[in-house]
Design a protein around this ligand. Structure first.
Ligand code: ATP
Length: 479
């Protein structure tokens, strides 16, 4: 049994209706992808599972759906206008572009670097002097490593803000520049007090939302891992200042276990402390997954102190204080954030699900999704498209279609139909044959072991309910 390369995943998800390059008939557009029917269904299930985790499993979290457009001052206050930059450099020889921070982080991961090296890097990076950063890269021979020793010809380091500016309304002055949000978190911060007051919430509590974010990424070579339009699932947990450390530890572990509950082996996951902290963070770790291209970030967990709320308080001149009735004092809460890239998470799930195995000398490829994430949950097939079998099969489809994601198909041999469902990860197929008409039994086929059993048609619904239950998932998470 083997897993797939990134090329396998890209080809498979395109061929079987999960992901398509955007506007492909015009040659595509870099780092933008469309979700096909099965990709969109998978994404919906992942969203639901995450939202249920936040709103139902953890009982102290409420939902929100803030607009993509926000007042331009938001991005000034949050620091995005000034500091949401990436540094990049091009090799003139290979014509390849590199993100400077990624280059150094990769170097640190693959080389035994000293504390002195780390300190020098952090100092150079924080200082923001591009010549000094270039000097550091050259002095430590990091550029040569990237280009396998033979490139000496590089451009200067350049800086680019990742936000997409746009104009709202007819005016075209600078003061009217709005931005497509580069993260969903700010929508939560500006609504913190409204939410707290209108629902009479007491600390600690969280606000969760899922939504689109946009970043003009400089380098986009890894499929849906890095997109210019993507979706985030973010939860900001507001706490009294002296509880920030405790809640940071709690969320690190709770979020790590979420991936384990999804079936990701512990060896494929790591908690990675940040090499350099973002301007807002007082502590931060990434949850990284072993993608076909190495261990990379899926989620960030950040202790943000009271940075965001106090910035908005200052910039808006509106008090953003919480009155703590137990302590009889008002203060700006601190925040611990969990920020997941939905598309990266889907890529992780696809990579983990992709299985290629040899069955009696023949290659078999299937997607081993957890049943509750599968785009199609049950496929219903009449063995042949005649003699009353389609009518009986359609009756069963109609009995199940509101409770499960059902796919119905009559064409092709039964073997081919099973194979097609394996390729999109359908956990169960039900076949209606001539005997069904006499004994009211059907064949239930399991995707993973390909076993087939005869079961009474009247029991199908209950059997499927058990198979698709998420109860064991919830049971394996910390409360
Ligand atoms: P990276 O270092 O990979 O650019 P980041 O540290 O800037 O990511 P955050 O700002 O912490 O990312 O965003 C939170 C999450 O949003 C990330 O963990 C990631 O899953 C997701 N994300 C960020 N940028 C992108 C993108 N361009 N495409 C897809 N997902 C993204």
């Amino acid at each position: 049994m083997t897993s797939g390369s990134l090329e396998d995943i890209i080809a498979h998800t395109k061929a079987y209706g999960f992901l398509f390059p955007s506007s492909e008939i015009y040659g595509g557009i870099q780092a933008v992808y469309d979700y096909g029917p099965w990709g969109a269904a998978l994404k919906e299930r992942v969203k639901t599972l995450w939202m249920d985790t936040m709103l139902k499993h953890h009982t102290k979290i409420v939902g929100l759906d803030a607009a993509i457009f926000m007042h331009p001052k938001v991005w000034e206050a949050s620091g995005h206008l000034e500091q949401f930059d990436d540094l990049f450099i091009d090799s003139k020889e290979s014509q390849k572009r590199y993100r400077v921070d990624h280059m150094v982080e990769e170097y640190i991961q693959t080389h035994a670097v000293s504390e002195d090296f780390r300190e020098k890097w952090q100092r150079a990076f924080a200082g923001g002097d591009l010549d000094q950063i270039l000097h550091f890269l050259k002095e430590e021979a990091i550029l040569e490593v990237q280009e396998k020793g033979n490139a000496t010809n590089w451009t200067a380091i350049r800086r680019m803000n990742l936000m997409f500016p746009t104009q709202l309304g007819a005016q075209a002055g600078n003061q009217d520049t709005a931005y497509l949000r580069p993260e969903t978190a700010q929508g939560i911060y500006v609504n913190f007090l409204q939410t707290q007051k209108s629902l009479r919430l007491s600390l600690p509590f969280g606000i969760a939302q899922i939504g689109k974010a946009f970043r003009n990424e400089l380098i986009a070579r890894q499929f849906i891992f890095r997109m210019r339009e993507f979706e985030q699932m973010e939860m900001q947990f507001f706490v009294p200042p002296d509880e920030e450390k405790t809640w940071f530890s709690f969320w690190k572990e709770a979020r790590r276990q979420w991936y384990v509950a999804l079936g990701i082996p512990e060896k494929n996951l790591q908690l990675m402390p940040h090499e350099k902290l973002a301007h807002y963070a007082s502590d931060a770790v990434d949850i990284v997954y072993d993608f076909p291209f190495g261990f990379k970030e899926v989620e960030g967990i950040h202790a943000r102190g009271n940075f965001d709320l106090s910035q908005h308080e200052r910039a808006s001149s509106k008090k953003i204080r919480y009155f703590d009735s137990r302590r009889k004092t008002s203060y700006i809460p601190h925040v611990v954030e969990s920020s997941v890239g939905l598309d990266r998470l889907c890529l992780m799930i696809l990579c983990h699900a992709f299985v290629r195995e040899n069955v009696q000398g023949k290659e078999r490829v299937y997607l081993r999704f957890p049943p509750y994430l599968a785009p199609v949950q049950v496929a219903i097939f009449p063995l042949v498209a005649k003699e009353g079998l389609p009518e009986r099969a359609q009756r069963l489809r109609d009995e199940l279609k509101y409770e499960f994601a059902v796919f119905y198909e009559e064409a092709a041999s039964i073997g081919k139909r099973y194979t097609r469902q394996d390729l999109i990860g359908t956990p169960y197929c039900v076949t209606i044959d001539h005997e069904t008409l006499a004994d009211e039994k059907v064949t239930l086929r399991d995707r993973d072991n390909m076993k087939q059993e005869r079961v009474p048609i009247s029991k199908i619904k209950d059997i499927l309910k058990v198979h698709f239950s998420t109860q064991s998932f919830w049971n394996s998470l910390p409360a």
